[in-house]
Design a protein around this ligand. Structure first.
Ligand SMILES: *Cc1c(COP(=O)(O)O)cnc(C)c1O
Length: 433
């Protein structure tokens, strides 16, 4: 299986985090998001241990909460001692509702509104990761108004193409994010920021992409960023305290995706960082990374009920489920891979090729193409889509006025509880006047 938390019982039922998915579907209804709380916590600990081991006590992983944002996840991050990154007042509000201390939060985004800046400072945001000069000006103005000095990192683009999907590669010079080192804009914004009386520059940030498996993307980014750190020290007398290398480690969506060992990977990045700091004769800054997908991706599974099975002889077959694009837009967005399994028929051979499609009035409403399922697949079967813990609920919509599914958390092999309730039909009209 693509992840250890997916197993099959003797009766041919799929189990997720040790629990029978057909029973969960019967109890909570479908579509249904499941989240394996134990795996989320284990992933947080894996990152924290690797960071302590390879970078020392001050280094820390921050959970990129856009991957999946709801109250319970911030409570878990608080309990696990994780920093977080947030990208909107909405994520900040949710974190505050969970009692998360915003002092440990980093506010990203390429376009923070004045209201975002005001709201987050009002609630004690720890750090801004400023994308551009305009933002520094807006932060300076708000900090001056409040009579405080606001900590800020600058987002830079190291000019790396991580050979991933175009739509989620963000470290290239022509990206909408950050200031490019290559064009001199990174130095300009650094010099500008250092002149602001109410902004305290604490370091630099970059994020080169997502679902990255390529060998040395983070090492290359780290070297470029450290060379910039050394250059700023020499030219402007500014030594960065923090260096944040962003998120992006990949997870396994399909059998052909490689395994990625976080401890090994972090160890390799740490070696490149230590070697480079020694070569440049600078102290190693506090190292941060921002895993999102690799914390929650494999901790999620979506369950659907199969409806129509349409066979077009000589062409193709369609298996329709009771959700689709509104709860998982990732195939429509960038043809993302997924593994689909018929949860109540795991002991039948998967010999029937089909496209698993949603129920929306949109041809692009596809979960996955070229899926093999048992030939007997039919109405009432449970379709499980694996690795949906990242960028599914957080990207969900109400297209076709479909209520968003609930999130049920699984724990300890037997416990389960609702963390986000299912939207009702009344919820759909709550803002309609
Ligand atoms: C999206 C994003 C992340 C998380 O990326 P993952 O691929 O989910 O690990 C981290 N940092 C920034 C700035 C991001 O935009």
């Amino acid at each position: 299986m693509i992840c250890e938390n997916i197993t099959v019982a003797e009766n041919g039922h799929l189990k997720f985090a040790g629990q029978d998915v057909t029973e969960l579907a019967a109890q909570y209804g479908t579509p249904l998001y499941l989240m394996d709380e134990d795996l989320i916590r284990a992933n947080c600990r894996t990152y924290q241990q690797a960071f302590r081991k390879h970078f020392g006590d001050k280094a820390r992983p921050l959970y990129a909460s856009k991957a999946n944002s709801f109250k319970r996840i911030y409570e878990i991050m608080k309990e696990e001692g994780m920093g977080i990154d947030v990208v909107s007042s909405g994520e900040i509000y949710t974190a505050l509702q969970a009692g998360y201390d915003l002092g440990q939060a980093y506010f990203h985004s390429n376009n923070k509104t004045d209201e975002d800046i005001r709201y987050s400072m009002e609630h004690g945001i720890g750090y801004f990761v400023a994308d551009n000069v305009e933002e520094i000006k807006a932060i300076e103005a708000e900090a001056a108004r409040r009579g405080v000095r606001q900590k800020v990192l600058l987002r830079l683009t190291p000019g790396i193409d991580p050979h991933t999907y175009e739509a989620i590669s963000t470290g290239k010079v022509d990206s909408k994010f950050g200031s490019a080192i290559e064009t001199g804009q990174a130095e300009e914004i650094t010099a500008f920021t250092l002149k602001q009386p109410h902004v305290e520059l604490v370091g630099f940030h970059c994020h080169v992409g997502s679902q990255v498996f390529a060998e040395d993307v983070f090492e290359r980014a780290a070297v470029i960023m450290l060379e910039f750190v050394a250059e700023m020290k020499e030219k402007h007398g500014f030594m960065a305290q923090q260096l944040d290398l962003g998120g992006g480690y990949g997870v396994r969506y399909v059998e052909s995706d490689p395994y990625l060992d976080v401890d090994t990977k972090v160890g390799e990045v740490a070696k490149a960082i230590k070697d480079t700091c020694a070569r440049l004769k600078i102290e190693m800054p506090e190292i941060h990374m921002e895993p999102g997908r690799s914390i929650v991706g494999a901790a999620g599974m979506t369950l659907y009920t199969v409806g129509t099975v349409k066979k077009i002889p000589g062409y193709k077959n369609y298996v329709s489920v009771d959700g689709g694009l509104p709860d998982n837009p990732r195939f429509a967005l960038y043809h993302a891979d997924y593994t689909c399994l018929v949860g109540n028929k795991m002991n039948e051979p998967a010999n029937f090729p089909c496209s698993v499609v949603g129920r929306c009035c949109e041809s692009g409403d596809i979960i996955q193409e070229n899926v093999m399922v048992p030939e007997s697949v039919g109405r009432g079967d449970i379709m499980a889509v694996c690795t949906t813990g990242a960028y599914n609920y957080s990207m969900a919509s109400n297209y076709n006025r479909l209520p968003r599914p609930p999130i049920v958390m699984l724990k300890g092999g037997t416990e389960h509880y609702v963390a986000v309730r299912r939207e009702s039909l009344a919820d759909l009209c709550r803002n309609d006047l």
